[in-house]
Design a protein around this ligand. Structure first.
Ligand code: IPM
Ligand code: MG
Length: 355
């Protein structure tokens, strides 16, 4: 029996629905395995702007820091588009990642056999399966670089900057992740153009001497995007910068069936991580009970495994997801002919019932 405190950032749009779905499943796990999960709701994103004026209140940072881990839905929406740049919901997300020191973001894309029909790729491209881990740098690069704008509005700039230390710490995670998998690492950059990419590549190359078992190759980001579309099975682990990882992980998730399926783990130096689906807040379907809660539910499974060391419990969640898919239940985003359509709440309940 173990006890864990989880901070919940439900956020905006479909965020509350999908996080509630994950809590339903976590409660089923707690009951079955005799653990106690306690939850503290905290505000971040658009809802925090509405309630407090800022996207990331200090109280949220304090509570998250004190918790064993954070489970996040999604933030943002058109309602806050007119906010000044420094006060947008997304600033809250970037801010909490930085405040918690979560520099590494793991985004697995696995094609479940049940979801082959949902992938936009032709069957022949999926013959060899798909199991990719994108290791995205999360607290550096252009998303955190210096931003400037001309007073007269005639130009604007964003800086992409990486230090050797920043590349090394994400590189270490990537090599270690590769060691636990098929030992193939592709470092993605734009070293034919960008100075920061040349530093990235040099640093990763130097590190490779410490991991002789890992086969390291390089790809320019444009080619990597193309290769993901034409031969995704060639990839095992991809390590890349914040912006390239943001883009490529949306692509790798789509080819795995739906962005509504894919979880992520953000980690730093401590055990306390933040776990979130890689998709956004989908304001167009918010409150309609049609969102897919699976990405958030399997994010919670990653939390149990990576931050709490509850391996069996994490396996139970993933097995329950598979079972419910085997029973042909589908949310709208992964619906195909002959399947049974269910809403967000019902999908979560079915998974909880199968723990
Ligand atoms: C993601 C999202 C965020 C990011 C946005 C909302 C700031 O796209 O988690 O991939 O770019 O990191
Ligand atoms: Mg993204």
């Amino acid at each position: 029996m173990a006890e864990f405190n989880i901070a919940l950032i439900k956020g905006d749009g479909i965020g509350p629905e999908i996080v509630n779905g994950a809590v339903t499943v976590l409660d089923a796990v707690a009951k079955k395995f005799n653990h106690t999960f306690s939850y503290t709701d905290v505000l971040m994103g658009g809802c925090a702007i509405d309630a407090t004026g800022v996207p990331l209140p200090q109280e949220t940072i304090d509570i998250c820091k004190k918790s064993d881990s954070v489970l996040l839905g999604a933030v943002g929406g058109p309602k806050w588009d007119s906010q000044p740049p420094a006060n947008r919901p997304e600033k809250g997300l970037l801010g909490i990642r930085k405040a918690l020191g979560l520099y590494s973001n793991l985004r697995p894309s696995i094609l479940k056999p049940q979801l082959k029909a949902a992938s936009p790729l032709k069957d022949e491209k999926l013959e060899n399966g798909l199991d990719i881990m994108v290791v995205r740098e999360l607290t550096g690069g252009i998303y955190f670089g210096k931003r400037e704008r001309a007073e007269d509005g005639s130009w604007a700039s964003d800086e992409e900057r990486y230090s050797v230390e920043e590349v090394k710490r994400i590189g270490k995670i990537a090599f270690e992740t590769a060691m636990l998998r098929n030992k193939k690492l592709v470092s993605v950059d734009k070293a034919n153009v960008l100075e920061s990419s040349r530093l990235w590549r040099k640093t990763i190359t130097e590190m490779s001497a410490e991991y002789p078992e890992v086969t390291l190759t390089y790809m320019y980001v444009d080619n990597a995007a193309m290769q993901l579309a034409i031969n995704p099975a060639q990839f095992d682990v991809i390590v890349t910068s914040n912006i390239f990882g943001d883009i490529l992980s949306d692509l790798s998730s789509a080819i795995a069936g739906s962005i509504g399926m894919l979880p992520s783990a953000s980690l730093g130096a401590s055990k306390c991580g933040m776990y979130e689906p890689i998709h956004g807040s989908a304001p167009d379907i918010a409150g309609m009970d049609i969102a897919n809660p699976i990405a958030t539910i399997v994010s919670a499974a990653m939390m149990l495994e990576m931050s709490f060391g509850l391996i069996e419990e994490a396996k139970a969640i993933n097995a329950a997801v598979d079972k419910v898919l085997d029973m042909d239940y589908r949310t709208t985003d992964i619906m195909s002919d002959g399947m049974k359509k269910v809403g967000c709440k019902e999908m979560a309940q079915l998974i909880a019932d199968n723990i």
